[in-house]
Ligand binder design. Structure first.
Ligand SMILES: [Zn+2]
Length: 400
């Protein structure tokens, strides 16, 4: 059995460069599986993605670290690298310090928020996910948006008070007397992360030294999740980038609308109203045009089939026009709305002055194109995916 890897990140979360001895290196499907006697690379664990970086061998050749995994039972950490490293040799590991610090800001921010919300609302933190894109926490009770805003404000106060963040391995006796948060039943050496008066939590991840380094905590989203809630946050540099991007978007929108940023919501509501009214007028006009077209193409009220293709009319206006046509005609009328590229919605009706059967249209389209749809003798509707010319040809061939 391999010896457990010494976890340098437990002692010093700010250690970005270290020397180690290569214990083994095996080629695998995803690269080379490298085990060192000690490492500062934090593996994928506790809902957090692994550290990034590189390892340099004695000759100065760099290999990139693609992934870091831990065997929790044996305590062995495996680095997946894109190149081989000689077993027995001494190497230098270098982790991506900016990426690590970003993860530390997010993770300590999560502890502050979870400590406050769990104490205030009697909920448990039942899920945590920290990736390069997003930070989410799940809690097993519903908490309102107003209450979340209050926790967010208090979390930022904790950040500004610049409290110490203490990572330690208490003895069994000390642990027995501690009240700490934990997502699962733990065994072996338990690492406890304490923020005085705010949170005590079992956690294996690197944290910042003091809460002030979290900088800022912003709640980005709140959703109902499995009977509780899921909260998305951003801390530190991520929060700043997120807020800067939001401000840029808002400023751009305000400029497009020639209004002030705070007026954008009211302006959008007004635009929606105007758009809805304009759509209504356009629809009514298209319907009137279609009615005029039907009258122009079949003024005599022949007993045959009148076929109209109209890319501009919506199905509602088409139905209105068809209904008016049916009152004064005896034959059949089929209206197609849509386009050759997107397909056509069809609506066909039998004039109320005659005995024609609209189902003939649906049957012909189904036989020729596998079109969907159907209805009564008086009216059918459906959808056909074909070109106008093909559809006209098929209907003419049947001689309806
Ligand atoms: Zn944690």
């Amino acid at each position: 059995m391999q010896q457990a890897t010494v976890r340098l990140y437990d002692e010093d979360a700010y250690l970005n460069e270290f020397e180690a001895r290569v214990l083994s290196c095996e080629e695998t499907a995803g690269g080379f599986a490298v085990v060192l006697d000690r490492t500062a690379f934090f593996p994928e664990a506790g809902g957090q993605t692994p550290d990034r970086g590189e390892i340099t061998d004695g000759a100065g050749a760099h290999v990139r670290v693609l992934d870091v995994q831990i065997d929790e039972t044996a305590g062995v950490i495996t680095h997946v690298t894109h190149g081989a490293l000689a077993p027995g040799s001494t190497v230098t590991g270098r982790i991506d310090a900016a990426h690590r610090f970003d993860n530390m800001q997010q993770h300590t921010g999560e502890h502050i928020f979870s400590g406050l919300i769990c104490a205030a609302h009697g909920c448990n933190n039942v899920g945590f996910h920290l990736s390069d894109q997003t930070v989410t926490m799940d809690y097993d009770r519903a908490v309102s948006a107003e209450e979340i805003a209050e926790i967010e404000a208090r979390a930022n106060e904790v950040i500004w008070r610049d409290l110490p963040v203490i990572c330690a391995f208490p003895s069994d006796e000390e642990l027995a007397g501690l009240d700490y948060r934990s997502k699962k039943e733990l065994s072996g050496r338990i690492r406890i992360v304490t923020i005085p008066d705010v949170d005590v939590c079992a956690c294996c991840a690197p944290h910042v030294r003091r809460t002030g380094e979290v900088g800022l905590l912003k709640v980005l989203a709140l959703q109902n999740y499995k009977g509780g809630i899921r909260v998305t946050i951003a801390c530190g540099g991520r929060a700043l980038r997120e807020l800067s991007e939001n401000r840029r978007i808002l400023t751009e929108m305000a400029r497009e609308m020639s209004t002030a940023p705070e007026e954008v919501p009211a302006h959008v509501a007004k635009l929606k109203e105007e758009l809805s009214a304009a759509k209504g007028r356009a629809s009514a006009l298209a319907g009137s045009l279609l009615m005029m077209r039907l009258e122009a193409e079949d003024p005599s009220g022949s007993a045959g089939l009148l076929t109209v293709f109209d890319g501009a009319t919506d199905p509602g206006s088409a139905r209105h026009a068809l209904d008016a046509w049916m009152d004064s005609h005896a034959g059949l009328c089929a209206i197609f709305t849509g386009s050759d590229a997107d397909g056509w919605n069809y609506l066909a009706g039998a004039g109320r002055l005659g005995e024609a059967d609209a189902r003939e249209v649906a049957q012909t389209l189904k036989a020729a194109f596998g079109a969907k749809g159907g209805g009564s003798r008086e009216m059918v509707q459906g959808r056909v995916q074909s070109a106008e010319a093909e559809i006209r040809r098929a209907l003419q061939k049947e001689g309806i």
